[in-house]
Design a binder for this molecule. Structure first.
Ligand code: PEP
Ligand code: MG
Length: 362
């Protein structure tokens, strides 16, 4: 593994000798993954797949898929997306060389995938062989008043399982391709977003497991993988005992968990949070530094309930808080297994994890 050099590298080495928490990175491009490894990331804790879908070459097919009126239409568009999605994961697995990679299945606010401009509708119309008026009617049907509380995360997978099926197929095909090429079998951890109930996760796990079995049968070999979930809704934290019957790991999505617990929009909070901090209502910006008193209680409770059902369940955090020293101290106290931070915050996380471990020793 590439290592940081000089005094900085020495300091990081000392930190690594004392820390207990593993440090992963949030990364979705090979470049981010490479940067993360250079800074010492021990895996990818969150690969968001939405951005891959925004790629200029792909967005028309993605729009065609979202606007299709039936499953056959969606499958036609998904078939065009599969090879590129497979190549996304091949590249990531190659850079990560056998380290764990948590891939989150699609979690978009749906409106971001809808065409708006006339020219965008025209492109989809020609790709799909459908007239523009039909597409506009369909886009109007998909309009949401509150997309962040709408048809997002696993809700999309529940309604259109073929999307998650394509992504799971791409993950397993890529993992086998890299295992055969390099000899280092990737360890994919397939993560389902915005789960609130055990049944949602169960339905999505069936889709992933079936895709795995189909690929393994096609290729004549298997690889190990896990299926787990984000815990980013208060209901998921409360129901963690049941959810852990299905989920093989939990990753706390503290961006959404903060938003949904505080009832504060993560995209609009900047308008008043400064005043709130000034007036002492919040000690710090809760989207930067974990609200240990409130959101923290939900994490503790979910960890406890999850462990009761599944002893030793792997627990991590992948919200922005995973790169914040005070939040990392909380993760140490709660006994999480890893934090996942943006690549450039990985060294800070390694240091903070070491400080937290030393503090725990007393
Ligand atoms: C989160 O909600 O904390 C999370 C990591 O997911 P995203 O930021 O992509 O919603
Ligand atoms: Mg989220």
């Amino acid at each position: 593994q590439p290592e940081l050099s000089g005094d900085f590298g020495t300091l990081m080495g000392w930190a690594d000798e004392v820390r207990r928490l593993k440090v992963r990175a949030n990364a979705e491009t090979p470049l981010d993954a490479k940067t993360a490894r250079e800074f010492g990331a021990e895996g990818i804790g969150l690969c968001r797949t939405e951005h891959m879908f925004f790629d200029a070459e792909r967005i028309t097919n993605v729009r065609q898929m979202i606007l299709a009126e039936d499953e056959a239409g969606r499958r036609a568009a998904l078939a065009k997306l599969l090879p590129e999605q497979r190549s996304d994961f091949v590249q990531l697995f190659e850079v990560m060389a056998g380290l764990p990679v948590t891939i989150r299945l699609l979690d978009p606010p749906l409106h971001e995938f809808l065409p708006h401009e006339e020219a965008e509708f025209a492109e989809v119309a020609s790709a799909a062989g459908v007239d523009i008026d039909t597409l506009k009617r369909r886009a109007a049907e998909l309009h949401e008043f509150n997309p962040m509380l709408g048809h997002r995360g696993c809700r999309l997978g529940v309604t259109y399982p073929e999307i998650y099926e394509m992504q799971a197929r791409a993950i397993f095909e890529a993992a086998i391709e890299v295992a055969e090429k390099s000899g280092a079998a990737p360890i994919p951890e397939v993560m389902i977003p915005l789960v609130g109930t055990r049944r949602e996760l169960e339905l999505m796990k069936i889709v992933v497991d079936q895709a795995a079995q189909a690929v393994f049968a096609d290729k004549g070999r298997t690889i190990e993988y896990l299926v787990g979930t984000m815990i980013e809704l208060p209901r998921a934290a409360l129901m963690a005992g049941e959810i852990a019957e299905v989920g093989e790991f939990f990753s706390f999505g503290t961006n959404d968990l903060t938003q949904t617990t505080l009832g504060v929009s993560r995209d609009d909070a900047a308008r008043f949070l400064g005043v709130y901090v000034e007036k002492g209502i919040y000690a710090k910006d809760p989207f930067v530094s974990l609200d240990v008193e409130g959101v923290g209680q939900l994490i503790e409770l979910a960890a406890e309930r999850g462990r009761k059902t599944r002893a030793g369940i792997k627990l991590g955090i992948c919200g922005e808080h995973g790169g914040d020293p005070a939040s990392i101290a909380f993760c140490e106290q709660t006994g999480l297994d890893y934090v996942s931070a943006s690549p450039y915050r990985v060294p800070i996380a390694r240091l903070a994890a070491a400080q937290a471990a030393l503090a725990a020793r007393g």
